[in-house]
Write a protein that binds this ligand. Structure first.
Ligand SMILES: [Zn+2]
Ligand SMILES: [Zn+2]
Length: 216
């Protein structure tokens, strides 16, 4: 090219060739060599895309219901192991609590027992006296019977209340199994506008529509 005619130079850095066209991919005026380079670069992106598609196809084809079920079994087993451990931990803590109660209350328990024994001793002496006097009335016997009954009631209360374990049984609703194949998935058949929208929301979705028939 003659030095006298001004030429528009390719905008790619370091290139001295003349401009051939505007390249839409980079919005630059480029020479024919760089234009071809850019076209090849775009075409080159198609091959990895094909590989990517094949990978997804393989993933879908290899997806087995047994795998999904096994994952659910694993989760359930993990829950069982965790809850077993939790139960063992609670058991140990509560056992220690009972040991602690026994230790700190032993003295007052012994005191309570001896008080009850004193009561019984009094009743016993009264009965012996009535026997030796040999003239017991119905009223006297009723009073002694009532005193004995009170002592027995107290004994039953101590047995029931001294250390009480209140147990709440876990209900089966603690674990819920759910099946959901269609909700929270991106629909592949939406129009452009919706696709744009779904792109924005993609992070909130957990999977893609699984159209099994399409790949068969
Ligand atoms: Zn370009
Ligand atoms: Zn160039």
């Amino acid at each position: 090219m003659s030095a006298g005619i001004p030429k528009k130079q390719c905008q790619i850095q370091g290139c001295a060739r003349s401009v051939a066209t505007l390249c839409y991919c980079c919005q630059k005026n480029v020479c024919s060599k760089h234009f071809n380079d850019h076209i090849e670069a775009i075409k080159a992106q198609l091959h990895p895309l094909v590989d990517q598609i094949n990978e997804v196809v393989e993933k879908i084809q290899n997806l087995k219901i047994e795998q999904l079920a096994n994952k659910a079994y694993e989760d359930l087993d993990q829950w069982r192991a965790d809850i077993h451990k939790l139960i063992d931990d609670i058991y140990s803590i509560k056992r220690k609590e009972i040991e602690q109660i026994v230790e700190t209350n032993e003295a007052s328990f012994v005191k309570h027992k001896s008080e009850q024994m004193d009561e019984i001793e009094k009743i016993k002496l009264d009965v012996e006296q009535l026997i030796s006097e040999d003239d017991a009335t119905v009223d006297q016997i009723e009073v002694l019977k009532s005193a004995l009954q009170t002592t027995e009631t107290n004994l039953a209360t101590v047995q029931k209340q001294f250390i009480a374990v209140n147990i709440r049984v876990l209900d089966p609703d603690l674990v819920r199994i759910k099946c959901d194949l269609n909700t929270n998935m991106i629909n592949l058949n939406t129009n452009q506008e919706q696709q744009q929208e779904s792109k924005l929301r993609r992070t909130f979705y957990v999977g893609k529509q699984l159209d099994f028939n399409y790949y068969e």
